[in-house]
Design a protein around this ligand. Sequence first.
Ligand SMILES: [Zn+2]
Length: 91
Amino acid sequence: MSDLNGETIATLSDGSGLTRGSAELLFDTVSDRSNWKLPVKGYVYPEQQEAMEQAIIFFTGSVPVFTSCEVCVGCGMLQVFAEGYYEAVGA
Ligand SMILES: [Zn+2]
């Protein structure tokens, strides 16, 4: 599967390419551990927001929403939520 992981799935605004392998690593940090097709919830650093958005769209077909972390003050992370694969596909 290494060729698949090297495939570029999106070009980011800084011109760099997001590979499938990098996207999967990011997505794994926010996907449901029991079933990745369930709604997506998690945290991401602001500098990874764009890559995370592309990763979630790529794997689930749903567009994520990012908000400031409301759990604590000052962690600097964003909360991310997406409907996930089942909702997006209507399955
Ligand atoms: Zn926080």
